[in-house]
Ligand binder design. Structure first.
Ligand SMILES: [Zn+2]
Ligand SMILES: [Zn+2]
Length: 273
């Protein structure tokens, strides 16, 4: 497995072996299903399997990529949680409590919300989307967002701004997962607008092995307002990304938005771990 792109270590497998056997049961079943669908065969021959545990997913479910057990095991994060990165506060919550995940971050955004913990079945869903163009998991991710009881309130009045990929990387990958996730959030929020307000101007080297300070240096001037895109700086803009890792990327984006005069910038991620 090669080096992971910036900010991706959070959803990388915990202990990647140097030469992973590529035909895990789930992937084999996925390939078979794809081939079967292309050939017009019914799911009976290659029934859908859970992306997380590999169990067969029952028919008549609209999810098809997550079994009911794994769906239940996704840990949705509700209040009380860290106001900056969204990580849940367990135990007693005192005022001014520091969060070990973002205590060193000087956030340039207001509130940070995360929908679920990356730990558990969410990680394989996001990995499948990002690295295997697994668009079949989008339904399960939308289901997760729809089940989150605090999301509708959080989205009130929000303009959604996906965290951009560099054009070269987006060409290579063929899509930007943050744009797809912003689309989900838009639907769940009853049609909140998605505005591709930012672009990534520097194709920064991978951040996986950098500490927080090196990441910040690495991201300096990496983002800019996209030329020709009109925006209203008085409205509330919410940056959308797949995972909250150190917050450096989101903070670099927020810094650019604030410099452009935006008063109210918040952050939403699908996973935190
Ligand atoms: Zn499962
Ligand atoms: Zn935090």
């Amino acid at each position: 497995m090669g080096t992971l792109p910036a900010g991706d270590e959070a959803i990388a497998p915990a202990n990647p072996s140097p030469r992973p056997w590529p035909f895990r049961p789930v992937r084999l079943a996925e390939l078979a299903r794809k081939a079967g669908r292309l050939a017009g065969w019914p799911d009976l021959l290659f029934p859908p399997a859970c992306e997380s545990c590999g169990e067969l997913v029952e028919e008549n479910t609209n999810l098809r990529t997550l079994c009911p057990d794994c769906r239940q095991r996704i840990h949705l994060v509700c209040r009380p949680h860290c106001p900056t990165c969204g990580y849940p506060f367990f135990g007693e919550v005192e005022e001014g409590r520091l969060c070990p995940h973002c205590v060193e971050l000087s956030p340039r955004f207001g509130e940070g919300k995360t929908l679920a913990l990356l730990h558990g079945p969410l990680r394989p869903l996001l990995l499948a989307l990002k690295y295997r163009a697994g668009f079949h998991v989008l339904g399960a991710l939308e289901d997760l967002a729809r089940r989150h009881p605090e999301l509708p309130d959080f989205l009130a009045g929000a303009i959604l701004v996906p965290v951009p990929l560099h054009a070269r990387k987006e060409r290579e990958r063929g899509f930007n997962q943050a744009v797809l996730l912003a689309g989900i959030v838009s639907r769940v929020g009853g049609g909140r607008p998605v505005l591709p307000l930012l672009e990534r101007t520097r194709d920064t080297p991978t951040q996986t092995r950098l500490d927080r300070r090196q990441r910040q240096r690495n991201l300096k001037n990496a983002f800019a307002i996209r030329k020709g895109v009109r925006f209203d700086p008085t409205l509330r803009h919410v940056l959308v990304d797949d995972v909250f890792t150190t917050g450096s990327t989101l903070n670099a984006c927020a810094t650019v938005l604030r410099r452009a005069g935006l008063k109210h910038v918040d952050v939403l991620t699908f996973g935190h771990g």
